[in-house]
Ligand binder design. Structure first.
Ligand SMILES: Cc1cc2nc3c(=O)[nH]c(=O)nc-3n(C[C@H](O)[C@H](O)[C@H](O)COP(=O)(O)OP(=O)(O)OC[C@H]3O[C@@H](n4cnc5c(N)ncnc54)[C@H](O)[C@@H]3O)c2cc1C
Length: 411
């Protein structure tokens, strides 16, 4: 039996891609290493950017944007120069929103939708070998009880940051330093910020993120230097985490915080990038780019790469048959028109800024211009490319400098 598509990995990117391809009438098979449909990724703080929210309606899963499942939110940035908090939500009309959508909700829902759309998805199975076949690819799959082979015309690697398909097919990764470590935990006893804003605060050369969640809970995550993380470890992570947030004036009070989960995190998490297409295989989600989680883009980019690939397949399908070569060319081109530009900025932000005055002056320029504040938020929501923001920033900076000079000349 040869499937139209075989997808390795059934988490955010793989499950989403399987749904979209099955909706095109293709026969799709997903192989997932996790033991069951209810498993979900625990090392994730699941902020979904507005760039990815529309993918949920393509998936037929708009219900996840409602209050029973997630919290509609927008970012407020607490910077050394003041709070960047423009009116309205994201986008030119101010009507787009981000979501705090937990993986315990998203992952099982994606797999259920995949099954309802006719995707054949199996668990506790791992792809260990891949070979070219007459009509695409033959994979060796190891399960608990048996090892078997399956064939697919289009092969999709959605197998995450440590992608075994990348290793087997020689899709070499580029690795870029990330100078921060992180700790995060789910808490109760913290008041949600007005309008369920999510707060991103620059603090002590690190970042403190506070996300309101459903059922009155809150996610606290701190991105700090590796040396600070080591000190927290040697002392007490919990009390350091609370003190970190309590030390920021614009944060809700931390006096009644109760930890609902253990603290999770990592010490070292370099940015990894690979090619979107290698040896006629499509790479999506973390398998193609696994960027600093401080940027909060991983799930969004997982959903967006899944949608981009399925749209490339749809655009090149004829009479129900996929033109694999053309679909991969289209996916590669569209991927390269969007993601690497964001990745470069995120990779640069993974280094700790030493020039504090320069940093402050950048935020002052943004704060002085309400339109630039909106553009900044849209950049972090991945609705505009960094170059578009940089152009607007330069124009605004020139205007601000000119009007400062005029004021000085009058004095
Ligand atoms: C601390 C932290 C915080 C984060 N916070 C955010 C955030 O706020 N917002 C955000 O958008 N992103 C965040 N991310 C990133 C996000 O978790 C990932 O980008 C996202 O999970 C990528 O989805 P994926 O489906 O591509 O990969 P994964 O979720 O890693 O899934 C890969 C799947 O492939 C399966 N698999 C692997 N190998 C095989 C094999 N050989 N055979 C079969 N199956 C296989 C695995 O079991 C797994 O289910 C965070 C990450 C971390 C570490």
């Amino acid at each position: 039996m040869t499937y139209d598509v075989v997808i390795v990995g059934g988490s955010a990117s793989g499950a989403a891609c399987s749904i979209l391809l099955a909706k095109l009438g293709l026969r799709v098979r997903v192989i997932e290493k996790q033991p069951s449909a209810s498993a979900y990724k625990k090392l994730c703080t699941h902020f979904i950017q507005p760039s990815a929210v529309p993918v949920l309606s393509l998936l037929g899963m708009s219900h996840l944007t409602h209050g029973a499942h997630s919290v509609r939110t927008r970012a407020t940035f607490i910077t050394p120069a003041g709070a960047i908090d423009p009116d309205g939500f994201y986008g030119a009309q101010g009507d787009k929103y981000a979501l705090n959508l937990e993986r315990s909700v998203l992952d099982p829902a994606l797999r259920q939708q995949a099954q309802e759309c006719g995707v054949e998805i199996s668990y506790a199975q791992s792809v260990t070998e891949v070979q070219r076949a007459a009509q695409g690819w033959m994979l060796t799959v190891e399960g608990e009880e048996q090892t078997f082979k399956i064939e697919g015309r289009l092969l999709v690697a959605a197998d995450g940051r440590m992608s075994s398909l990348a290793r087997l097919l020689g899709n070499a990764q580029q690795s870029f330093e990330n100078q921060r470590a992180t700790f995060f935990a789910y808490c109760s006893g913290i008041a949600a910020p007005d309008d369920n804003r999510s707060l991103f605060a620059h603090h002590q050369n690190g970042m403190a993120f506070l996300y309101p969640l459903i059922n009155g809970r809150t996610l606290l995550s701190a991105y700090i230097s590796k040396e600070t993380a080591k000190q927290w470890h040697e002392q007490d992570v919990k009390s350091n985490l609370v003190a970190f947030f309590a030390g920021i004036a614009d944060m809700p009070a931390m006096d009644n915080v109760v930890f609902e989960t253990p603290i999770r995190g990592y010490q070292d998490y370099p940015n990894l990038t690979r090619q979107p297409v290698c040896q006629d295989v499509a790479f999506i989600g973390d398998a193609v780019q696994s960027l600093d989680p401080m940027s909060g883009v991983g799930c969004s980019f997982a959903l967006q790469t899944a949608a981009m690939l399925s749209q490339a397949v749809e655009a090149t399908m004829q009479q129900g048959t996929v033109n694999v070569q053309r679909a991969l060319e289209t996916y590669q081109r569209q991927f390269n028109d969007y993601f690497p530009f964001h990745a470069r900025g995120i990779i640069a932000d993974a280094l700790i800024v030493k020039d504090e005055e320069g940093h402050k002056s950048t935020f002052r320029t943004i704060l002085n211009d309400p339109e630039l504040q909106r553009q900044y938020r849209d950049l972090t929501g991945r609705l505009i490319l960094p170059a578009a923001f940089q152009n607007k920033f330069l124009v605004s900076k020139i205007r601000q400098t000119a009007s400062e000079r005029k004021v000085l000349a009058k004095q």
